[in-house]
Design a protein around this ligand. Structure first.
Ligand code: MN
Length: 499
């Protein structure tokens, strides 16, 4: 495998071709900046000919003067190349259909006509100062002699890089190796572009790189048409971990990058997605968790920090006692052997009934087993909210704190933020509590859905998780917050002094 591996990322072109995905200009810019930070060599920013909006969006990325080369997809048609030139991109990904099927049915032309068109387009782009990555579409269903002839003609016309596309994902790793080995004999570097129709895109890309391809086309989360493209994060981690090839990609940004693309594209990641999925570093089984606590290598091929992810222990029916002990310790509560046993039995019986035991449940069970009933020292009397599109969201709250009424008001980015800030202001003198996480779910479909708010609060070494489920998001948020605060205060056995 060559050392100078290059990455062309096509999240913004092939990725955006995912059915149902539309990415706005500003969102494209956000992704492009992150891809640049990640260290990819080429960003395929879109297809300039598509629309005025697409051109604006590519130009916006070009104007950002990123380190990466910025490229536009183009057919071998002058107006496509002119559109790319207008955006002032560094290069074009010039794509020529080459299989009999594509030439006959899609283009209705002969092979020699297509070759002529490809040469002309290459010359035209070259004369206008563009770098040309000459790509063959449906290459893996094209006779290798036909491919080589086309590549040689376009190299003579000025193509600096070549690419062969497995457009409908028909390669196997063995075929991929043979195919790209043949093409790496050509005078210019060859790129590999794979699709994941049989779940083999990463494997086929690895085989191509082993055979001598020097650049891989990828997308974040493997998004793309149909079953998608080669996933950048999977490819790089396989290269680094399994092939011991250091790349220039900043892998610690993978999880963050993946989340950004998930949010912007609206394509939800499957939990078991390799490297960046929700469960990629989650453990439930008692045997696994026990091994993990002794040495994380027992059941993890890479450390989650390597890709900016987090390890997670799930409390289910396979849970072990050690993990219970550990998780309760994280709550800032010390338990002995007997208490661990009791909590363990309660968690087991809940999960036997098919219930996933959340952090909130574990906390409630622990408090119950330990007899840590909490008092509602702080209670909500009333709150008001003023919000709208032309007013600053403002909230006032009235709380009862140890038999005394206290009122405060504050503003925020939205009504929830304003209400929580007003509550924090009211109790500021009593506690030193930070909000570390806020999570909201709508439990059922409509706008009248029940809202489930889960909040994590931190006080010194204690972390408290609390929850409230209400039809109103603000009430749910304030109640979850106050319930957590009351727990912390009770546990700290802090006596609230009257002013
Ligand atoms: Mn493609």
């Amino acid at each position: 495998m060559k050392n100078n591996l290059r990455i062309l990322d096509t999240t913004l072109r092939d990725g955006e071709q995912t059915p149902g995905v539309f990415i706005t200009s500003d969102e494209k810019l956000k992704i492009a900046k992150k891809l640049d930070m990640l260290g990819v060599d080429v960003i395929e920013a879109g297809t300039a000919i598509t629309s005025k909006g697409e051109q604006k969006s590519i130009k916006q990325i070009v104007d950002e003067k990123l380190t990466a080369e910025i490229s536009s997809f183009a057919r071998p048609i002058q107006k496509d190349i002119d559109a790319a030139l207008k955006c002032e991109v560094d290069s074009i990904h010039l794509v020529i259909p080459t299989s009999d099927l594509h030439i006959q049915y899609k283009l209705g032309k002969t092979r020699s006509e297509v070759e002529e068109i490809a040469v002309k387009a290459t010359e035209y782009a070259k004369n206008h100062g563009l770098i040309i990555e000459l790509s063959t579409e449906d290459a893996t269903r094209t006779e290798i002699a036909d491919l080589k002839r086309l590549y040689n003609k376009t190299i003579d016309a000025g193509a600096q890089r070549l690419c062969a596309c497995d457009t409908i994902g028909l390669l196997t790793p063995e075929k991929s190796y043979e195919f790209y080995k043949e093409l790496s004999q050509l005078k210019k570097p060859i790129s590999v572009h794979c699709h994941n129709d049989f779940g083999l895109a990463v494997a086929n890309t690895l085989a191509a790189l082993k055979a001598g391809a020097t650049q891989a086309h990828t997308t974040i989360n493997g998004i793309g048409e149909r079953a998608g493209n080669t996933s950048l994060e999977e490819l790089i981690m396989a290269l680094e971990t399994l092939y011991h090839k250091k790349t220039n990609i900043k892998t610690q940004k993978f999880h963050e990058m993946s989340k950004l693309v998930e949010t912007i594209s609206g394509i939800k990641l499957q939990p078991n997605k390799a490297i960046v999925g929700e469960n990629a570093f989650a453990h439930e089984s008692g045997i696994h968790s026990d091994g993990m606590m002794k040495n994380t290598s027992t059941y993890e091929p890479i450390k989650p920090e390597t890709v900016g992810h987090k390890r997670r222990f799930v409390l289910g029916k396979h849970v072990g006692k050690k993990i219970i002990h550990e998780k309760v310790k994280e709550l800032g509560i010390k338990i002995n052997f007997d208490q661990t046993e009791k909590i363990f039995q309660r968690v087991k019986s809940l999960s036997d009934m098919g219930k996933t035991v959340t952090d909130v449940d574990l906390q409630a069970i622990t408090e119950d087993v330990l007899g840590l009933d909490h008092e509602n020292l702080i209670t909500l009397e009333e709150y008001t909210i003023v919000s709208g599109n032309k007013v600053t969201p403002t909230s006032s709250v009235k709380l009862q704190i140890a038999n005394e009424e206290k009122i405060q008001a504050d503003v925020g980015v939205g009504p929830v933020d304003a209400a929580i800030k007003a509550v924090q202001k009211t109790i500021k003198e009593e506690t030193n509590i930070q909000l570390v996480e806020y999570h909201v779910d709508a439990i059922n479909g409509g706008t009248d859905a029940l809202i489930d708010v889960v909040i994590k609060l931190k006080s010194e070494d204690k972390i408290i998780t609390s929850r409230s489920t209400q039809p109103d998001i603000i009430t749910a948020s304030v109640e979850a917050y106050l319930s957590g605060v009351n727990r912390i205060i009770t546990q700290n056995k802090k006596i609230i002094k009257k002013e």
